[in-house]
Each structure stands twice: as structure tokens, then as C-alpha cells.
Design a protein around this ligand. Structure first.
Ligand code: IPM
Ligand code: MN
Length: 363
């Protein structure tokens, strides 16, 4: 019997609805495999702004370090979307990433055979797609300074900075090559080295690391071209590494290869090399989807798959992780769908599809 301390941050929009189903999944795994998951719920994002005036409390950031992992729902929504507002829900998420140094964001994008027809892309192009995107998560355009509004001769101006330091690039590159070795031995580096100085440094460092991995097939792809290649030849890619902003953009695009963002989980790790005991935050990539919040129609499968990633990377429970992934695959293969995955009227709601997963767990 093992025990784990998990911080649960449901957040805004559909975050709380899907997080509940993730928690139910953990509880069932706990019962079946006799593990103890001690869960502590806390507030983040717009919900935290409403309650405390900040997107995350200092105490939450302090406490977070004492947990084995964090389960994160989503943040943001129209209520807090005023572009001139001093506090924004997203600051809570960015503070967690930065303060906890969650630099390695793993975003697996694997085509599910029974779901190929939910994608807007032709099935024969999608077949065999299995990509692991590693997005750098604690530097680049998201955190570079200066980052500010300016007044220039009474004209409003603003500046963001894309900053990278060699050690920040090197660890992403090394993780990428190592993961490629465990997968199909291919690495694609995404940057904009034809224009950006930060990308030229990025590429230079990746090439230096590449020398240690001569057997890994390697290519550099400019980010604009990558958006095209992702929908033209998705099954060619294995591990893809990208900086913070490019990784953000290409993973939204890549999610459409699967048919819905509602299927994609992610792990944000500070110690990705410590397989099984890595500290990390687990978050579906779909965001808060305020338009469907509170209706009980959100797809909880990404969140349920997040719990599998958590068990794998932070708890060392590979068997349990696989059991969850298989139960989700079974549900999809059995033709069960939430509204995001079907145009037919017989879609299951959030709780119903989660029930289907849970009833298949352990069978
Ligand atoms: C993501 C999201 C976040 C990001 C937002 C909510 C700040 O889009 O996790 O991909 O841009 O990183
Ligand atoms: Mn995003």
C-alpha cells in the first residue's frame, strides 16, 4: 500500500466538473489497488480572484511543494476577461508553473482508431499518429522581461520578450532525445530560427545536445511550416520539442488530430527524469470552456487521462495508469461519446461517460 498527497485545484468553467471525475477515478483506483490518495482542495484562477482578489494565494504556492502532485482543472472565463484588469485568472496557472519550476510540459497526441472519424482531417492521414510534444513551460515569451505597457508620445504600445538561456534549452533538448530513444527514435525541433535570435540560440543548443544522440533521427522545422506539416503528415512525428509559445500554439492544432481537445491530457514536470517520483501538475489542455460550463456536458476523459499520467510520472503506479488508459479506450471503442465527439443526439453527459470508464476499470 502506498499513500500520496495530491493538491486539487479545480479552477473555473468546466474545471470543477471534470476535476470531480478525475477525483472519482483516483478514489476508485485507491480502493481497487489499496492506495491512499490524500486530497486537499484549494482555489485558483477566477474563483480565487472572486474570493481573495488574487489568482492564486501565496500560501497555496508554498503548500504546493509539499504535495506529490497537483491535479489542475482550468482557469479563465469572460467574467475576468477585461484586458486592462490588473489580475487575471491565468496568472494563477503561470505562477504555479514558474514558482514550482514545472519546465517540462508533456503533451501526448495519439490518434485513437475509433475516433478517427471525429477529426476534420482524412482518416488515412491520421492513422498511426502518435506524437509526444514537449513544450518548454517556464521561460520564453510567457515570462521574458520586459513585459509591459508603454506610452510613446501618447500612443499606447506594449512589449513582450522572448528570452531563453542555454540551460533552459538544453534540458528540454536532452529530455526530447531521451524520450525519442524510448519511442520511435525521432526528434523534431520546432523554432523560428530564420527570424528570431532566441530561436537561433535554441537551435544551436539543440544541435550541441544532438551530438550525444547520433542514432536519433533529427529534423529542424520552422514553426510556420510545422503548422502545415502537422495536418499534412502527422504520423511522421514522434517527439517534438518547442519553446513555450510555439508549443502552446502547435498543441492546440495537434489536438484536432484526435477530434477533440476534450481528449488531451498533459503533465508539467519539474523533475521529468525521476520517472515515477517526478513532481508535477496534471492538466487537461482544453481549458475552461465557459460556453459549456455548468451544463454537465463537458468531456471528462482528458482529466481522467490526466490522473493516469499522474500515477505514471509522480506516483510510480504504471499498472494503474495503464488500467485507466485502457478503460478510456474501451469506452471510446464501445462507441460512447460526449457532445464534443459526436453530432448525434445520444451523447452522454460528463458524469455518465465517467461512470462508463469507472465501470470498466478493473474488469
Ligand atoms: C495552455 C493554456 C495556457 C497557456 C493559458 C490558459 C495561460 O492555453 O495551457 O495551453 O497559454 O499556456
Ligand atoms: Mn494553450
Amino acid at each position: 500500500m502506498a499513500s500520496f498527497d495530491i493538491l486539487v485545484l479545480p479552477g473555473d468553467g468546466i474545471g470543477p466538473e471534470v476535476t470531480k471525475e478525475g477525483v472519482r477515478t483516483l478514489e476508485l483506483i485507491g480502493q481497487q489497488y489499496e492506495h491512499v490518495f490524500r486530497l486537499k482542495h484549494d482555489t485558483v484562477g477566477g474563483d480565487c480572484i472572486d474570493k481573495f482578489g488574487v489568482a492564486i494565494r501565496e500560501q497555496t504556492l508554498q503548500d504546493a511543494r509539499d504535495f506529490d502532485a497537483i491535479l489542475f482543472g482550468a482557469v479563465g472565463g469572460p467574467k475576468w476577461d477585461d484586458p486592462t484588469a490588473p489580475v487575471r485568472p491565468e496568472q494563477g496557472l503561470l505562477a504555479l508553473r514558474s514558482e514550482l519550476q514545472l519546465w517540462a510540459n508533456l503533451r501526448p497526441v495519439k490518434a485513437i482508431p475509433a475516433l478517427l472519424d471525429s477529426s476534420s482531417i482524412k482518416q488515412e492521414i491520421l492513422e498511426g499518429t502518435d506524437i509526444m510534444v514537449i513544450r518548454e513551460l517556464t521561460s520564453g515569451a510567457y515570462f521574458g522581461e520586459p513585459k509591459e505597457r508603454r506610452n510613446e508620445n501618447n500612443l499606447r504600445a506594449a512589449v513582450d520578450t522572448i528570452y531563453y538561456r542555454e540551460d533552459e534549452v538544453e534540458r528540454v533538448a536532452r529530455l526530447g532525445f531521451k524520450l525519442a530513444q524510448q519511442r520511435r527514435n525521432k526528434l523534431t525541433n520546432v523554432d523560428k530560427a530564420n527570424v528570431l535570435e532566441s530561436s537561433r540560440l535554441w537551435r544551436e543548443i539543440v544541435h550541441e545536445v544532438q551530438k550525444e544522440f547520433p542514432e536519433v533521427e533529427y529534423e529542424d522545422v520552422l514553426v510556420d511550416a510545422m503548422t502545415m506539416h502537422l495536418i499534412k503528415r502527422p504520423s511522421d512525428f514522434d517527439v517534438v520539442i518547442a519553446g513555450n509559445m510555439f508549443g502552446d500554439i502547435i498543441t492546440d492544432e495537434a489536438s484536432m488530430l484526435i477530434g477533440s481537445m476534450g481528449m488531451l491530457a498533459s503533465a508539467s514536470l519539474s523533475t521529468p527524469g525521476e520517472v515515477g517520483t517526478a513532481f508535477g501538475m496534471y492538466e487537461p489542455i482544453h481549458g475552461s470552456a465557459p460556453d459549456i460550463a455548468g451544463k454537465d456536458i463537458a468531456n471528462p476523459l482528458a482529466m481522467i487521462l490526466c490522473t493516469a499520467m499522474m500515477l505514471r510520472h509522480s506516483c510510480g503506479l504504471e499498472e494503474e495508469a495503464v488500467a485507466i488508459e485502457e478503460a478510456v479506450s474501451q469506452v471510446i471503442e464501445d462507441g460512447l461519446r460526449t457532445a464534443d465527439l459526436t453530432s448525434e443526439s445520444n451523447a452522454l453527459n460528463t458524469i455518465e461517460i465517467a461512470d462508463e470508464v469507472l465501470s470498466r476499470l478493473g474488469n
